[in-house]
Design a protein around this ligand. Structure first.
Ligand SMILES: C[S@@+](CC[C@H](N)C(=O)[O-])C[C@H]1O[C@@H](n2cnc3c(N)ncnc32)[C@H](O)[C@@H]1O
Length: 191
């Protein structure tokens, strides 16, 4: 039995994988990269084709990439190999997350929302570990899949006891028009 998200995203990456591989790493990640540790273990959640995880590996971290799409992960492995770097990948359903406590130095979560990950990320980060999270937020406009969108302030609230280095909002522009809006958080679990 296949997973509906896997079918959807495998189809997208089959068709548009090349396009996804051309994407630059998210600017929030590029901005905060210099503050991240140069060694340890990073987790790229819902990694897709791995362009964000790749910069963490180039920075010196070992990267674990999890995603529901095996096609996306195959492209991620090819991308890392081309760059002479290693990545551990696994097909994983982040709707039912469980990770051992205090495992990761860095977790990145871009353009994906599954609220069950909030407590799982809190547990999985080492004390002092970094969370970089950016995903779509509800604005005035009606959205097709409301569960896939943060409520205003929700992300900040979920990690309010972390040291919050940055909490912001960014409009995503496509073809000259605001297409969606993201909320962004950069925070560190307390030591
Ligand atoms: C918009 S893409 C974001 C990819 C990447 N993080 C980025 O910023 O480019 C959403 C990703 O979430 C993955 N995904 C969707 N449902 C998932 C689930 N239940 N568990 C794990 N990954 C999932 C998709 O396969 C896809 O790679």
């Amino acid at each position: 039995m296949s997973h509906p998200d896997a079918e959807k995203w495998n189809g997208r990456y089959h068709q548009d994988g090349f396009h996804w591989l051309q994407n630059k790493p998210r600017s929030l990640l590029q901005m905060w990269l210099p503050r991240l540790p140069h060694n340890g273990l990073a987790f790229d959640a819902a990694s897709g084709v791995g362009v964000n995880g790749l910069v963490l590996a180039q920075h010196g971290l070992r990267v674990v990439a999890l995603d529901i799409s095996e096609v996306g992960l195959r492209l991620a492995r090819q991308l890392f190999t081309q760059e002479g770097l290693e990545v551990d990948t696994a097909v994983y359903d982040l709707a039912r997350p469980w990770f051992p406590a205090h495992s990761f130095d860095v977790i990145i979560n871009f353009r994906f929302l599954e609220r069950a990950t909030f407590p799982a990320y809190r547990r999985a980060l080492k004390p002092g570990g970094w969370l970089i999270f950016e995903t779509f937020v509800k604005t005035d406009a009606a959205v097709e899949y409301p569960d896939h969108f943060l409520e205003a302030g929700e992300l900040h609230e979920a990690f309010a006891d972390f040291v919050v280095h940055f909490s912001g909002r960014e409009e995503v522009v496509r073809n000259g028009r605001v297409y969606k809006t993201t909320d962004q958080l950069v925070a560190q679990k307390l030591l």
